[in-house]
Ligand binder design. Structure first.
Ligand SMILES: Nc1ncnc2c1ncn2[C@@H]1O[C@H](COP(=O)(O)OP(=O)(O)OP(=O)(O)O)[C@@H](O)[C@H]1O
Ligand SMILES: [Mg+2]
Length: 565
């Protein structure tokens, strides 16, 4: 498009614009974002004139006056107007004539066009570099009103500090509006849990009242930390025993013998009718300890005599009480059902799938002092959560109903890396996750992945994604290649993405901008599949004002609003 003289000094890049044209006798409106404005002055490219300019600095009749500005816009949506003045999605099946005017879009234009969808719209922010609110919609995964009829997976990518977690929370609110939708947040850092536990107080950055908003929408929010979760499988006990100090203190290294020893202990405990529940009892520990005096068992662990003798010496000289209290108890307690308030992972998952709760699983271990916890046990627990989720989903799905649940998972690239990890547990987490992502969609489970990188996230996960958000920091090297592949081109849209600034380069905290490029069916303005660009709200007030239904603070949206008026 050519930029008119009157508009030359306007900021155009990033603006949402529309044009009107007639197709099949109906008025049509095409909307899109201006991605680029290019200046040309053909006279200035002429060698003779250039040398003149070199001497004089400019030529009055040519410089500036003969400039032409060529803008590019990518059309993302087309609406047609019917005889009653209502608008419906359409497409561009003709070429608008030359001389067609292009106008900037303001909020009113969007309101009029999208009137029929008003109830469904949700606002995450404004059009990047402009003022109109960017309408988005987050349909639930079931059928019926406001539903997409199927689950889909989403991804949020960007460098550390680009605003991914904040955006994820806003999206969580969008889904919380659907009364029959549940959500489970697998939270390795305890970040989402912190917001729910403490309200918003006590940390810097955007102070989102997460609990108030979710509960204000009539949903039940709950956090389960490490100390609230009970593990309930022997294979996990065996793994954790392997990881724990137990054999370390007996001088047994992390090799096959230790694995054998763990298996021996578990087999022995089972034979003696010890249950997972009773692991914390002293008698259970004594049973395990007794095995280490059993010649036959030791022979199965070590076939060299001197190694056996060495282990026996260690066992004999060890302080048994200290072993019980310092090593055994913290591990066994993970399986103790009688801990107050403790729940099994399966219970937690059912609460989400059946009661449609909003549940945060805080697996950071920050809430816990008495239990044995580290990154590996976290990985084992995540693996357990994912496999249970898959299993329960299959079971709950029987009656042909969509489970209509969102699973949010942070640090996706750590859990499902592209390169095969060396470690067996990490491998299993990765395989489970990829398998779950592939299979659970048909049950109505949609996954929202957050990741700092694309290049090191497993390809299968990227392939499965329908809606993606790209924040600042992926415009170099491999990351950029990955973005280009997902967006489908390296055209002008990506040039606009490259203009994103690091939020932390802003002069003041208030002027920080958290921008994202989004692709996929996330907005009524993007049905052509072209990327859209937005700046996320940078104040809670702005966000709540645009989404009044969320501003209920404990009451329903409309009640709260009428009280204020
Ligand atoms: N839209 C926003 N408005 C105001 N502040 C924001 C916004 N988005 C993020 N922030 C602030 O910027 C900081 C980083 O944001 P956030 O935690 O969302 O980043 P992240 O991309 O999740 O980073 P990481 O990858 O390290 O988890 C936080 O202090 C947060 O409060
Ligand atoms: Mg984060």
């Amino acid at each position: 498009m050519d930029v008119l003289g009157t508009a030359v000094q306007k900021k155009l890049v990033g603006e949402l614009a529309f044009l009107q044209f007639v197709q099949d006798g109906k008025d049509h409106y095409a909307l899109g974002q201006i991605t680029e404005v290019e200046l040309r002055n053909v006279w200035h490219e002429d060698p003779t004139i250039r040398s003149l300019i070199r001497q004089r600095g400019g030529v009055d009749q040519i410089s500036e006056r003969q400039d032409t500005h060529l803008g590019r816009m990518t059309l993302s949506a087309v609406f047609s107007e019917n005889s009653e003045g209502k608008y419906a999605p359409s497409f561009l099946g003709t070429v608008p004539s030359t001389g067609t005017n292009i106008y900037l879009v303001r909020d009113q234009v969007l309101e009029t066009l999208l009137e029929p969808f008003k109830e469904e719209l949700f606002y995450l922010g404004r059009v990047y570099g402009s003022t109109p609110l960017l309408p988005t919609w987050f349909k639930h995964f079931g059928s019926g009103r406001g539903g997409a009829g199927e689950a889909y997976h989403l991804g949020i990518f960007g460098k550390s500090g680009s605003g991914k977690s904040v955006l994820a929370k806003l999206i969580l609110f969008a889904y919380a509006r659907h009364a029959d939708m549940g959500a489970i947040v697998i939270d390795p850092q305890g970040e989402f849990a912190r917001d729910l536990r403490s309200g918003a107080a006590g940390h810097e950055g955007l102070q989102l009242p997460v609990r108030e908003i979710i509960e204000g929408l009539g949903r039940q929010a709950e956090v389960l930390g490490v100390s609230d979760l009970v593990l309930d499988r022997w294979d996990i006990f065996e793994e954790i025993l392997f990881e724990s100090q137990f054999f370390e203190r007996l001088g047994m290294r992390r090799n096959n013998n230790r694995e054998l020893a763990c298996a021996e202990i578990v087999a022995h405990l089972k034979k003696k009718k010890v249950t997972l529940k009773s692991l914390p009892e002293r008698a259970s520990f004594d049973q395990a300890w007794a095995l280490l005096h059993d010649e036959k068992a030791l022979a199965r662990i070590y076939n060299q005599k001197d190694r056996r003798a060495g282990l026996k010496d260690q066992v004999d000289s060890a302080d048994r009480d200290a072993f019980f209290s310092e090593v055994w108890s913290p591990v066994a307690a993970l399986f103790d059902e009688s801990r107050s308030g403790a729940r099994k992972v399966t219970w937690a998952i059912d609460a989400v799938l059946k009661e449609k709760k909003f549940l945060v699983l805080d697996l950071s271990g920050k809430d816990n002092e008495d239990l044995y916890w580290n990154a590996r046990i976290q990985a084992l627990t995540i693996q357990k959560v994912i496999s249970d989720l898959k299993q329960r989903a299959e079971m709950a799905y029987e009656d042909d109903k969509s489970l209509n649940t969102l699973v949010l998972i942070d640090e996706a690239a750590r859990l499902a890396p592209r390169e095969k990890p060396d470690d067996a547990v990490e491998q299993r987490v990765r395989d489970q996750l990829i398998d779950a992502v592939r299979t659970t969609r048909k049950y109505g489970l949609g996954w929202l992945f957050i990741s700092q990188t694309l290049a090191s996230l497993h390809q299968e996960i990227l392939n499965q994604m329908r809606i993606m958000f790209f924040g600042f920091g992926l415009s170099l090297g491999q990351e950029y290649d990955a973005v280009a592949r997902l967006v489908g081109s390296r055209g002008p849209a990506l040039d606009l993405y490259r203009l994103f600034r690091d939020p932390h380069s802003a002069f003041s905290v208030e002027s920080r901008e958290y921008s994202f490029m989004t692709v996929g069916p996330v907005s009524p303005l993007s049905f052509a599949g072209t990327p859209l660009f937005l700046s996320v709200f940078n104040s809670v007030d702005g966000f709540l004002a645009a989404n009044p239904r969320l501003a209920g603070s404990g009451q329903t949206g409309s009640a709260a609003l009428s009280e204020e008026q």
